[in-house]
Design a protein around this ligand. Sequence first.
Ligand SMILES: O=C(O)CCC(=O)C(=O)O
Ligand SMILES: [Fe+2]
Length: 316
Amino acid sequence: MATEARLPCINFTGVDPSSPGAGRWWTRWPRSAASTRTTRALSPDLRAAFFDGAVKNLLALPADAKRCNTYGRDKPLFGYLGATPGVSSGYESLAISERVEPERVRAFANLMWPDADNAGFSEAVHGAARWMAELEEAVQRMVMEELGVCRCHGAMSESMRHVFRMSQYMPPISDDTEGRSKEVIRHGTHQDCSMLTVICQHGEVDGLEVQTSDGEWVRFRPSSPASLVVMAGNELRAWTNDRVRAPFHRVAVGGDVARYSAILFALPGLRIQAPDELVDDEHPPRFKPHCNDDFMRFCIAQGARHEDKLRDFRGV
Ligand SMILES: O=C(O)CCC(=O)C(=O)O
Ligand SMILES: [Fe+2]
């Protein structure tokens, strides 16, 4: 059972992620502020166009159409997930992968609806993905500034690939005569294989739960409709030589309406090796250098288990 404690928040109001100023351009916005917003927050209209117009229609497509969303058998985490062994029932997700550019979004839409115009869908999806990617880039820079390794930001950002997922979690089937139902886990406990992950939940259907370092589960309740979650993945943990924790998390849903979310994973193309500044006698190397592709393959082969996969893969 998760508690409802608040996750740490950063208020991004007024921050321009594309032009960081000298020094700590973001610390003027206190970490304890009650909301997390980007400069150009997705307006309620754009959110509605994205979730109600695009994401729900996408997930309502017949299974055969959704299965066309594939990037090859060796990259299952880049395409459609759902109705397959190892994936929880009641969870489905489609993804636009590698680069979330207008042409790629359009190609994805044309694959899903070959005979339709798809301009509205493409615009809404690309707008949401770009907005989340800007936030990812800003947070990545903040982390690097904070650790004194900002010199690495340019090369890291340039190498970054993105997987943009649109996910649906069905409500539990009611299990008593009054229609009440227990919560069910629709996405099992895991850590992400990304550097950073940005999550945008639709409306008030909560479900994301994050495990704190004391083992307690905390449920994410957005403080405003514009709030997003930024989660560290195992590659940020590896790259920072274990300074940043990659929390275990899961999705549990109750009630009687489906939950929808969009998730942007930032996957580094560079070899993951902690910069020299983050390795010294007090902080000996914790992980051997590796590529994200190999780590993803390892995670897929291991399956969903509540274990420290990074340590198993390249722990020193
Ligand atoms: O939908 C969410 O809130 C989180 C999903 C998630 O953790 C994932 O797709 O890795
Ligand atoms: Fe995740």
